[in-house]
Write a protein that binds this ligand. Sequence first.
Ligand SMILES: Cc1ncc(COP(=O)(O)O)c(C=O)c1O
Length: 378
Amino acid sequence: MTEQKTIAVAHPVFGGNEKKYVLECLESGWVSSIGRFIPLFEENFARYCEVQYGVSCNNGTSALHLALAGLGVGPGDEVIVPTLTYVATANAVRYCGAEPVFVDSEQRTMALDVNQIERCITKRSVGIIAVHLYGHPADMDAVMEVARKHDLFVVEDAAEAHGALYRGRKVGSLGDAATFSFYGNKILTTGEGGMVVTSDKRLSDRLRLLRGQGMEPGRRYWFPSIGYNYRMTNIAAALGLAQLEQIDQFLENRFRLASLYRAQLASLEDFVILPSEEPWARHAFWSYAIILRTSLRLDRDDLMRRLEADGIETRPVFYPMHVLPPYRQPGSHHPVADLLSSRGIVLPMHGLLSDDDICHIAERLAHYCKYADAAPVA
Ligand SMILES: Cc1ncc(COP(=O)(O)O)c(C=O)c1O
């Protein structure tokens, strides 16, 4: 019997200079947080994001924490955060001793619903984190307008959206600062890694200080304030630089796969909602998240189990923060996020997927939607 191939939900691709650059780190001995690849990766990634400065760090969560700490978030403050996000967005606010205040999502982009922000603003509000969820940009002009009106900072959590465009501009260049993750399932990976990008020189200087235990530049072992060890290694930066050299091709491949999904799943539009791309956006398609229509009598988790049995790995859309134990808010009402979370499935999306894989996934989905216990409610 031949073993069934599993189609992974995500997979990194190392097709460029990764081995060469990593080998250079090993041979030179520069394996920790000093070495030529760190400034090279920071400068090139910042340029790619159309901003002045990049401050690398050890993951996307520490990037968020650094950005918030650098912007002065502290105890008693409130930061407005979409409830539908990965938990790191909310956790970073709590690491600063502040409180995340959750807003509901907007269905088409799956990002925060800008119309809900203003009613969450209190005297304690200091900022907004806009998450470009699954690779689709949030409506940043609208976010910035509310933020400027109320004197709030804006951090873009772009962990999932390398290379996405908002009205022709790169995500990462739209707020006061933006954070990225380079975890193994991201569009660019350094294994574990992250970066804060900004065009604010004072902020980037402060982030560098906080990232390196708070040591004063030019005065070894002098720590005027408490910082963190959030540094990226030269090895990770070597990987990052090699990955960045290939970003256009990585994105082109994702756009092509997303179009193929759309074509193959078009006949299922009565059963599932496919990812939309607003006219002002270029979706980076980190993930391909579909939403089962409520009219479809098919349990989301059951469908995921069936796909898994067919060798197709999927993920549920994140739980919204307001249902998680550390953030549970009895009586809070975020119906759109609840719906996206309970009916959403993330399908495989990565550079090793073949056209045949996509056709196979679409065929199995069609099978379960159309012929299993999936009769649409009349
Ligand atoms: C929206 C979002 N923010 C933050 C992070 C945290 O990044 P990391 O896993 O690199 O700490 C992730 C990671 O998956 C994410 O998806």
